[in-house]
Design a protein around this ligand. Structure first.
Ligand code: G4P
Length: 534
C-alpha cells in the first residue's frame, strides 16, 4: 500500500476532445477554479487556429507561450493537480498520443450538439488500450443539443465504454435550468455568466425535496424525478474501482464557457481520479512508491529564441524522488547526467525545482541528449514502453540546397525528428532522406525551423507513397530476401529498423499476400497497431 503523501495527493491528467468541443475553454476554467490563473485568455492563445492549415508563423507565435502551458500545475483542495496540454489540431495527433503516455487519467469533452466525433473515437481508443480512466464532460448545454439519453447511448456504443451519469441536466439550450448532482445530491442552477466563478448551489435533502418544485417548477421537477429514478435503475452504480479500471466513465453535464459544472467536475475529479500509477518498462513494471527515481521523456520543445538554442525535454517522474543537481543515468546513452536547473510548471509560470515526485513533469534543459522515449534512472537499465511512432501518410524527400550547409541540415533534421516533429527514414545507397509526417502542417514547421535554428535550406520534394510499414518476420532469411528484392522501396527508421514504402493500397495488399512470412506494422510499437489502423 502506498503511504507517501506526495504520491497520494497528485493527479496528473489530460483534457482531450475533438477540436471545438471546448477543451481549451474547459482547461482555462479549471485553472480559474483552481486559483492558478486570474484572467481568461492565458490558455486560449495556445491553440493552433482551426483554419490554419499551413500558417507556420501563427504556430511559431503560439509556440512561444506553449512551453509554459504544456504542463499546468496547481494546488487544489489538498491535491497537486497537473494538467498536461494536448494539441487540438489533428496534424499533431502523435504529440497527443505521446502526452497520453504520461497521464494517469483523462477528461473527455464532448459537444452536446455534435456528440461523438472522429477524434473523440480515436483518442478514446488510445485511452482504452492504455486502460486510462476517463471522466466525460458533456459541454455546451446552453445550446440546443441532443437528448441526453441519446448522447449517453452514443457514448456507450461508439466509445465502447460503460457510462454512469453523476449529474443530470434539467432542460437543454434555451430551457436549460441547471443540473442535479446525483453524487452530492445538490441542485445547481444555471445562469449564463462567463466571468462569475461560483455556481448557484442549492443543497437539498433528496430528490423528493419539495424545494425543487419551487425552484424549477413542478413540471421540470417531476421530469427530473422520473429521470433520476430511471438512471438509478438502468445504469450501474458508480463504482470507484470500475472507473479506475477504465471500465466505467462517470459523466457530467455543463457549459464550460459559462463556468457551469466546472467546479463540481474539479471537486469530483480530485476525489475520484487515480494518483500516479505504475508504468510498464520493457524489463518490468515500475511502481511509483519504489525508492529509486525513474522517469521518461515524452515531449521535447525547442527554444525559439535564436540566442538560446537549448530545448526543454519534458520528463514524467514514474518512481522515487527527482532531485536537482543529482546525477541520473541516461539509459540509451549509457551515461550519467546532472541537471542544475530543472523547472517545474505551476500554472503558466516556470520555476526552478528542487525535487519532484511521481506524477510530476520536470522540464530539463537539453542540448541534444534527448530523444522522445528516453529513460532516466538511478542506474537500472530500464526502458519505458508505450511511445510508438505511427505510420506516416505524407512523405517528402529533403534535398539540400546549400552544399556548404550539409552538416547543419543533417543536424537539424536529426534533432527535429528526435523531438518527434516528424519521422526520418534513410534510404541507401546515397543516404536519401525521406521525411514522413501525419499532416502537412509539420512540413511548414520543419522548413521554417531548419532555416531559423540551423541556417539550413532544403527543398522538400513530394513523394507519392501511400504508407510506410515496419516489417518483421520470424523467418530472418525471408525478411532479408524481401529487403534485397524491394531495395528501392525500403528505408530505415531512426533505430535502424527496416520500413517498406508502398506506392498504393493495392500494392500494399498484394505484397502482404505475396509474402505471408512477413508482418507489416503500422506503428513502431506493435502493441498500438489497432490505433494506427483506426
Ligand atoms: P477546443 O479547444 O476543443 O478546440 O475548443 P474551444 O475551447 O476553443 O471552444 C470552441 C468554441 O466553443 C469556442 O467558440 C468557445 O467559446 C465555444 N464554447 C466552449 N464552451 C462552450 C459552452 O459551454 N457553450 C457554448 N455555447 N460555447 C462554448 P469560438 O467562437 O470558436 O471562440 P471564441 O471566439 O468564443 O473564443
Amino acid at each position: 500500500m502506498i503511504t507517501n503523501e506526495e504520491i497520494l495527493k497528485r493527479r496528473t491528467f489530460a483534457i482531450i476532445s475533438h477540436p471545438d468541443a471546448g477543451k481549451t475553454t474547459l482547461t482555462e476554467k479549471l485553472l480559474l477554479f483552481g486559483g492558478a490563473i486570474n484572467t481568461a485568455g492565458a490558455v486560449k492563445n495556445n491553440k493552433i487556429t482551426k483554419t490554419a492549415t499551413s500558417d507556420f508563423l501563427e504556430i511559431e507565435k503560439q509556440r512561444g507561450i506553449s512551453v509554459a502551458t504544456s504542463v499546468m500545475g496547481f494546488e487544489y483542495a489538498g491535491h497537486k493537480v497537473n494538467i498536461l496540454d494536448t494539441p487540438g489540431h489533428k496534424d499533431f495527433a502523435e504529440d497527443t498520443f505521446r502526452t497520453l503516455s504520461a497521464v494517469d487519467s483523462v477528461i473527455l469533452v464532448v459537444d452536446c450538439v455534435k456528440g461523438v466525433e472522429e477524434q473523440t473515437r480515436k483518442l478514446m481508443q488510445v485511452c482504452r488500450m492504455r486502460n486510462t480512466p476517463v471522466i466525460i464532460f458533456i459541454n455546451k448545454m446552453d445550446r440546443e443539443g441532443r437528448d441526453p439519453y441519446e448522447l449517453l447511448d452514443e457514448l456507450e456504443k461508439e466509445l465502447n465504454i460503460h457510462v454512469r451519469p453523476l449529474s443530470w441536466p434539467i432542460g437543454i439550450g434555451s430551457t436549460f435550468k441547471g443540473v442535479y448532482n446525483i453524487y452530492d445530491k445538490q441542485l445547481r442552477l444555471f445562469s449564463a455568466n462567463k466571468t462569475k466563478l461560483a455556481d448557484d448551489v442549492v443543497a437539498i435533502a433528496d430528490i423528493n425535496d419539495e424545494q425543487i418544485d419551487g425552484i424549477i417548477g413542478s413540471k421540470d421537477a417531476e421530469k427530473l424525478r422520473e429521470d433520476v429514478a430511471f438512471l438509478e435503475e438502468y445504469y450501474e452504480n458508480f463504482d470507484l474501482g470500475l472507473y479506475r479500471e477504465a471500465y466505467l466513465a462517470p459523466v457530467f453535464f455543463g457549459s464550460a464557457v459559462n463556468n457551469f459544472g466546472v467546479g463540481e467536475l474539479l471537486d469530483t475529479f480530485v476525489k475520484v481520479a487515480p494518483y500516479p500509477q505504475p508504468r510498464e518498462a520493457s524489463q518490468r513494471e515500475v511502481r511509483p512508491e519504489e525508492q529509486p527515481f525513474s522517469g521518461f521523456i515524452f515531449k521535447i520543445h525547442a527554444n525559439l529564441d535564436p540566442n538560446h538554442r537549448d530545448r526543454i525535454a519534458f520528463c514524467r517522474v514514474c518512481s522515487g524522488k527527482f532531485e536537482r543537481n543529482k546525477f541520473y543515468y541516461h539509459t540509451r546513452l549509457d551515461k550519467k547526467i546532472r541537471f542544475s536547473s530543472p523547472t517545474s510548471f505551476m500554472a503558466n509560470e516556470k520555476t526552478l525545482l528542487e525535487e519532484a515526485w511521481p506524477g510530476d513533469v520536470v522540464g530539463l534543459y537539453d542540448t541534444g541528449s534527448f530523444k522522445i522515449g528516453d529513460t532516466l534512472t538511478e542506474g537500472e537499465k530500464l526502458h519505458f514502453k508505450g511511445l510508438p511512432s505511427f505510420s506516416p501518410e505524407i512523405f517528402k524527400e529533403a534535398v539540400n540546397k546549400d552544399p556548404f550547409k550539409t552538416k547543419q541540415l543533417d543536424k537539424g533534421i536529426r534533432q527535429l525528428t528526435d523531438e518527434g516533429v516528424a519521422q526520418l527514414f534513410v534510404q541507401q545507397p546515397g543516404s536519401r532522406k525521406i521525411i514522413g509526417t501525419v499532416g502537412e502542417l509539420q512540413f511548414d514547421v520543419i522548413k521554417f525551423r531548419l532555416q531559423q535554428e540551423y541556417g539550413a535550406t532544403c527543398d522538400l520534394h513530394n513523394l507519392n507513397y501511400y504508407k510506410a510499414c515496419w516489417i518483421t518476420s520470424d523467418d530472418k532469411a525471408a525478411l532479408e530476401r524481401f529487403i534485397s528484392f524491394k531495395g528501392s522501396s525500403i528505408a530505415y527508421d531512426k533505430d535502424e529498423n527496416p520500413v517498406y514504402f508502398a506506392g498504393t493500397a493495392w500494392e500494399l495488399r498484394s505484397v502482404q499476400e505475396a509474402y505471408p512470412a512477413l508482418k507489416f506494422h503500422f506503428t513502431s510499437d506493435f502493441k498500438f497497431e489497432a490505433v494506427a489502423q483506426a
